[in-house]
Design a binder for this molecule. Structure first.
Ligand SMILES: *Cc1c(COP(=O)(O)O)cnc(C)c1O
Length: 230
C-alpha cells in the first residue's frame, strides 16, 4: 500500500490530466468527477480517498467490499462496479449506495424486490457492452431500450445513467469508439423515453482522456491513484 503522501501526488497528477483533457474537449472541469477504485487494496485506500475529499469509492466484488465497509470512513459512499450475481443482490443492496453493473432484467427485478423489502430506493447504472467485447459483461447496445423499459418500471430503483468498460486494445481508437457509442446510446434512450440519464460512467487510468472527450461524467480510477494491483 502506498503512503498518503504518494496518494496525494497521484491525485494532483490525475487532476492535471483531467483539467487538460477537459480543456481540449471544451468541457467544464466540474462536469466530470473522479471515483477512486479501491478493489484489492486494504481499507486504508478508502480512508485516503475520504481524507482527500472524494465522496465515493468503487469496488468490484461484493464480498471484498462487505468486509471493508464497516471499517471505512463515516459518510463515504460505496459503489459496486463489478459483475453482480442475483444471489448476491441482497448483500449488495444492504451495503452499496449505488450499483453500476446492472445488466439483466432478472437482476433488475431482484434488486427492486430487495430494495422494496429494505424500504430503500437504490440508484443504479445500466452496464452496456458498448465495445462488443466477448470478455466483458454488460447488455448489448441494441438491448438497452428493453432493459431500460424494465428498469423504469422498478419503483424502488432509480436509473442514473449508463456504465461501460472499454475493451483492452492497443489501438486507442477502440476505446474512443466504445465511449462515443455509450454516449450515443444514452442520447437515443433519453430521446425515445423522455427521461434524463445524466451519468456516463466511463474511463479508467489508461483511457480517461478519451472518455472525457466522449462525454464521461464519472471516471473510475484505480492504478493511477493507488499503484499497480498484484
Ligand atoms: C478495476 C476497475 C477500474 C479501475 O481500473 P484502473 O485501470 O486500475 O484505473 C475501473 N472500472 C472497473 C469496472 C474496474 O473493475
Amino acid at each position: 500500500m502506498i503512503s498518503y503522501k504518494d496518494f496525494e501526488v497521484n491525485c494532483r497528477r490525475l487532476e492535471g490530466r483531467m483539467a487538460a483533457a477537459c480543456q481540449r474537449s471544451g468541457r467544464e472541469r466540474s462536469s466530470v468527477r473522479l471515483m477512486p477504485v479501491t478493489k484489492t487494496h486494504p481499507v486504508e485506500a478508502a480512508l485516503y480517498a475520504a481524507r482527500y475529499g472524494f465522496a465515493s469509492v468503487g469496488e468490484n466484488r461484493v464480498q471484498e467490499a462487505v468486509e471493508k465497509i464497516p471499517h471505512g470512513p463515516e459518510g463515504l459512499r460505496w459503489e459496486l462496479i463489478g459483475h453482480l450475481q442475483s444471489n448476491k443482490a441482497r448483500l449488495a443492496v444492504e451495503h452499496f449506495d449505488r450499483v453500476q453493473s446492472v445488466d439483466s432484467e432478472k437482476l433488475l427485478r431482484k434488486l427492486d424486490a430487495v430494495a422494496a423489502e429494505q424500504g430503500k430506493t437504490l440508484p443504479v447504472l445500466l452496464q452496456v457492452n458498448a465495445g462488443d467485447d466477448p470478455a466483458k459483461f454488460g447488455v448489448e447496445c441494441a438491448a438497452c431500450p428493453a432493459l431500460l423499459e424494465v428498469a423504469l418500471g422498478c419503483a424502488h430503483l432509480t436509473v442514473d445513467g449508463l456504465m461501460t468498460i472499454a475493451p483492452l486494445d492497443e489501438d486507442v481508437a477502440v476505446a474512443r469508439r466504445t465511449f462515443e457509442r455509450l454516449r450515443e446510446t444514452r442520447d437515443a434512450l433519453e430521446a425515445s423515453f423522455g427521461v434524463s440519464l445524466p451519468e456516463l460512467s466511463m474511463g479508467m487510468s489508461g483511457d480517461l482522456e478519451d472518455a472525457i472527450a466522449a462525454g464521461s461524467t464519472l471516471l473510475r480510477v484505480g492504478s493511477a491513484l493507488f499503484g499497480m494491483r498484484d
